[in-house]
Write a protein that binds this ligand. Sequence first.
Ligand code: UGA
Length: 439
Amino acid sequence: MAMIASQCPDYRVVVVDIDSARIKAWQSDRLPIYEPGLQELVQLSLNKNLFFSTDVAQGIREADIIFVSVNTPTKTFGQGAGRAADLQHWEKTAREIKANSTTDKIVVEKSTLPVRTAEAMERILHSGNKTVHFEVLSNPEFLAEGTAVRDLENPDRVLIGGHATESGRRAQAALVDIYAHWVPRDRILTTSVWSSELSKLAANAFLAQRISSINSLSALCERTEADVAEVARAIGMDARIGSRFLNASVGFGGSCFKKDILNLVYLCQHYGLKEVADYWEQVVTMNEYQEDRFVQKMISAMFNTVANKRIAVFGFAFKADTGDTRESPAIRVARFLADERVAVVVTDPEALSNARKDLADLGAKISYELDPYTAARGAHALAVMTDWAEYKTLDYRKIYESMVKPAFIFDGRNCLNHQDLYEMGFNVYPIGKVPLHHL
Ligand code: UGA
């Protein structure tokens, strides 16, 4: 919405939320999330044509177009628990829109939703109401965290799904007009609502599948002395495969990949497509295997005993340039290590407060340090979980001196200079490459 406000001065954008602390924070110099460039972007339009408010009813009443961006987490209860999307916030919002609307509205699905959710929304919005017309569009978001501002400024495509009716086309055109303020027309795709809803799930499933594919090969590389980075480069130069998103890692995290794939799996099961469901579920299974394999490797490298050793977890965010820790591989790894009675020290430049919440139940088994040098002092091993740029330029000689010997580095992101570290004395365990060890 901040991007729309800054690119479209002729539109008035009002963001409403029931959480007053968040609404306050969005208007302050400390936004509720860390995202490079976002603070500056919000400031550009704040109180000019970008407003924040807790008055949801008024926001609905005055709007012509409503973007619904409530969260749709994986259901944790009842039918479809652990797979299906929990649509209760969406439905509640639809009812609120219906209750407060006195003029026609375009309702845009911005949240990621199962295919055919728009149908249910339309039924709720139009139930018993004949005076106000609601046109539901699907406009999924493809930005990635950490690069959100750049992705929004220069998107590969904008997708707008609508119905092939007169009012559907009019609504689609109204939304196209907004994006066309800064996105070239040939990058704005219009499709049916169902194709648009499914494309969002499909895009995330394909991206996650690439990571699981290269991660599966990283296990084979470690057995055969092939180097996963060399393999990724060799296959990625085939234009049909492409070079991006082929970095082997400890696993993918983030609030979307796992949730969206499980949602896709649930949908396939719902429609009786067992083989299709099993095919996609394997992407998530492979990711969990990769996380567990990482910890197994740590334990076996450290003489099959890690109890009472100190291990510094470098990075807790699910990727660099965000404070977000949702589904971060670091969570599973830290829990696994705590179970093994390791003294786990977590360090991260932006994600420590989220890490504390994620691991709250582990109490004193985990400690937290903002400074990576302090975290590493007295440690037997470092486990790199997030590819923060600053981890590439730390003084590892100084870190090595402060650690218990033999000192280990497990690079879950293949982001460090392994040869240099080895020469300093570290025993280095990358992903999908031959380890470099002195033992
Ligand atoms: C992802 C998609 O990339 C966005 O297009 C989508 O809009 C978003 O989900 C969403 O649905 O909201 P995001 O989860 O923010 O974006 O971040 P990604 O850059 O996709 O990274 C996801 C995870 O995969 C991270 O843990 C990252 O470290 C890992 N990853 C990524 C790898 O392990 N290897 C790679 O080569 C690339």
